[in-house]
Design a protein around this ligand. Sequence first.
Ligand SMILES: O=C(O)CCC(=O)C(=O)O
Length: 287
Amino acid sequence: MTDEELYFWDLNGYLILRNVLTKEEILAGNAAVDYFYDEIPKRKEDWGGRGANRLKGTGWMEMHGLMQLDKPHDKPFREMLVHPAVISRLNVMCGKGFRLDHGPLIISAVKGTEGLKLHGSGEPHSPLTGYHQQSGETHCNGVTVQFQLADVDTGHGGFVCVPASHKSRYPVPEGVRTCDDDLSVVLQPATKAGDVIFFMDGAQTHGTHPWTGNHQRRSILIKYTSKSAARGVPDPDLFQPEAWRTESELEGMSEAERQVLMGPGVHHDGKVKPLDVDDQGNVFVVD
Ligand SMILES: O=C(O)CCC(=O)C(=O)O
């Protein structure tokens, strides 16, 4: 990562690298997307826009599990996962030992597909996806890398962000989240097939404008975290103490003791319950 890239990243909360994928890689990625395109699930209308006028359109299109596609269609996405351009930047952004949290997934769109209400803001602080600088280093717990397999011109829609919002210390106005009154702070960056966008997922305010292009949107998103953070977990049972601890350790444990041995992560469907202490000093599991 160059000094210029680091300056831009720290200042804006996103970074674009141009021409990362070769022509052959773009072709292979698009051939794989052609293979499953008709299976991309479409959400109910207004799933993404959540009532925002500016974001209205037809159902949101997103599909996960691209590494589980039949061979050889999985290959382009497995290669993106450890692309050299990604590794050298993530070593700085998330720190060495960064890990895959979830993805690769595709966000697609056809003309008129709705947007996604803006989310993330760094205020209040979210330790899970927060951004810090200390001792001359930057640290971001949640970084999403977006590989473009199709061009996105100015005004086409797709990914949008509020540059520098990861450093804001005030709540995001509702009009900015909905884009109905965006105060001209929302940016839709233009990119070409083969370009890559890095953005601070959670620390920075970001979302999606409805798609206006005549061609399909084809963005592949991979969500990384630092080695000490976990958001999604591939299987909810992985939260259970049995996945982490030995049988002898777990023998005869109370419910409260088991709770603090649960695995890390937040998308656990209520499996991990916090503990508290009552007025008499008794520890209890908060249901
Ligand atoms: O690329 C986009 O359209 C936005 C993606 C997004 O909001 C997210 O991954 O959290």
